[in-house]
Ligand binder design. Structure first.
Ligand SMILES: C[S@@+](CC[C@H](N)C(=O)[O-])C[C@H]1O[C@@H](n2cnc3c(N)ncnc32)[C@H](O)[C@@H]1O
Length: 224
């Protein structure tokens, strides 16, 4: 009988849902004193203010408010600042307990929460997708699945943590706590293998982190 291999090489990665649940349970993104914590990038006042300022300015540039889908909404420390500038705000995350907690904690008439896997499930319909520090945690296969569906939106506002300066884009990772920075890489959805097709792009914000820890870039894409 053939022996089953237990080598690391042959091990299948955990499903992303289980990985994300464990990150929150074990507080791997920090926040020991709180129930759910999506990381310093979701709480550092300077980072949060710059992001919410530029996204608010985009949302209020429309004559009539638009519907926003927040894909991978996390602990909603960011999203809660934006709901009032939208017609409808639909926030989704893969972690069920986090979505249940968000439903309890944040109640607005134009706000909905849904537990969805954005790599697998259909997106809710809307005008603009917010993807903030989500794709950076996903494998290229999952990123590809998300990107294939993004053309249902008119706009995508993408925030990614990438190395400062030149880097080789889109090195693959296993979905989880870490990001491509550890491989001196970062996501570029316009580059191969993703080749996301757009009409226009505009960089809305960038924050350079201390100690050579990379840069958090927010880009607005008008979708083709
Ligand atoms: C680093 S947190 C960022 C949260 C939020 N966007 C923010 O900027 O504060 C990444 C979030 O993406 C969620 N996520 C990861 N993979 C997902 C998937 N396939 N479907 C839905 N949510 C996902 C995680 O559960 C986590 O809450």
């Amino acid at each position: 009988m053939k022996k089953e291999s237990t080598s690391k090489k042959n091990k299948k990665p955990w499903p992303t849902k289980a990985v994300m649940e464990q990150i929150y349970e074990r507080k791997l993104w920090g926040g020991n004193d709180v129930d759910f914590y999506s990381g310093i990038g979701s709480h550092d006042p300077t980072i949060v203010k710059l992001y919410t300022d530029v996204v608010r300015s985009f949302l209020t540039s429309f004559r009539t408010p638009i519907t926003v889908c927040d894909l991978g909404c996390g602990d909603f420390n960011i999203g809660k600042e934006l709901v009032r500038y939208t017609e409808k705000y639909i926030a989704v995350d893969i972690v069920e307990d986090l979505i249940d907690r968000n439903k309890e904690k944040f109640k607005e008439e134009n706000l909905e929460f849904h537990c969805l896997d954005i790599a697998v499930d259909d997106f809710p319909s809307g005008d603009c997708a917010l993807l903030r520090q989500v794709l950076q945690h996903l494998s290229n296969t999952e990123v590809q699945k998300v990107i294939e569906k993004l053309s249902v939106f008119n706009y995508v506002i993408l925030t990614e943590h990438v190395p400062e300066g030149d880097f080789i884009a889109n090195k693959d990772i296993i979905s989880g706590q870490g990001i491509r920075l550890k491989k001196r890489s970062g996501l570029d959805i316009l580059a191969p293998p993703f080749n996301f097709r757009i009409k226009k792009q505009e960089q809305l914000a960038s924050v350079v982190l201390d100690d050579n820890k990379g840069i958090i870039v927010t880009t607005l894409y008008e979708v083709l």
